[in-house]
Design a protein around this ligand. Structure first.
Ligand SMILES: [Zn+2]
Length: 267
């Protein structure tokens, strides 16, 4: 009982730290005061329930822990932490980390590779993050690795990462239709864009980046339905306008699912 009280008392983030860390995320400005306060309470619960551990020499301080909590809790602001119950650990590397992969092709040949990742949501396991890609200072508009990985966790709640979170049957059908249509349109946009890049321009260069910046979403969204959902959710919470303009129907599905509309102004 005593321990329980201590634990609960320590859960609401300190007001000064809360102000300091939230000021790094301008996309929180649209939240009504009650929702902003709800987010603070939820972050307290999150930090009490989850174990955030550093890896490769990184030691997450209170500000880093809160920064991760804010971005992780924003998507579940209106349905609570039950959605994140299946795992406890969040592992944070100082920067991008290397993950060895093994893939067997159709001919039975094993291919080994090493991926450099900024985040990973392991099914039934932890969320792994790169701090340099998660800190407020490192975020590009429309991007949040933390939101991305935690949205994968929501997608995985029904057992598969297919871009469709658990939904009632009717909503599920509609979501799937809208998701597939939006995804195909994005892939076509990406194909057209890539065809328009002159051969003299290296797509990996800054000049190449300027071409990709014309897309409404990061090109990684074209990987598959699950990545489209995760990348669109990052944009939804952090830079919603281009997403709403390009994919209004999918934006509506996201607003219904997350029970919030980042384009509405605070009441
Ligand atoms: Zn992903």
């Amino acid at each position: 009982m005593f321990q329980h009280l201590i634990r609960r008392r320590n859960t609401i983030p300190d007001p000064d730290l809360w102000r300091e860390v939230t000021s790094g995320f301008p996309f929180l400005d649209h939240l009504a005061e009650a929702d902003f306060e709800r987010l603070r309470t939820l972050c307290g619960e999150f930090l009490a329930r989850k174990q955030i551990s550093g890896a490769a020499g990184f030691v997450p301080d209170e500000a880093a822990r809160l920064s991760i909590a804010i971005q992780a809790c924003l998507p579940v602001l209106h349905f609570g932490l039950a959605a994140y119950e299946g795992f406890v650990e969040i592992v944070v590397y100082p920067s991008r980390f290397l993950v060895p992969r093994e893939q067997v092709d159709d001919a039975g040949v094993v291919h080994e590779s090493i991926d450099e990742l900024s985040g990973e949501a392991i099914d039934g396991g932890p969320v792994v993050l790169s701090w340099s890609d998660s800190a407020a200072e490192g975020l590009d508009p429309g991007m949040s690795v933390v939101i991305h990985e935690f949205v994968h966790k929501l997608d995985l709640l029904d057992g598969v990462a297919d871009g469709i979170p658990p939904l009632p049957r009717e909503s599920r059908r509609r979501w799937q239709r809208v998701l597939e249509r939006s995804y195909r349109r994005f892939v076509a946009q990406l194909d057209n864009l890539e065809a328009s890049i002159p051969p003299s321009v290296d797509p990996e260069s800054a000049e190449g980046d300027a071409y990709y910046a014309r897309l409404p979403l990061d090109p990684y969204a074209a990987t598959d339905f699950a990545e489209f959902f995760a990348v669109a959710a990052e944009a939804f919470f952090t830079d919603p306008e281009p997403l709403a303009d390009a994919f209004p129907a999918f934006y509506r599905e996201l607003a219904l699912f997350f029970r919030q509309d980042p384009l509405s102004s605070p009441e």
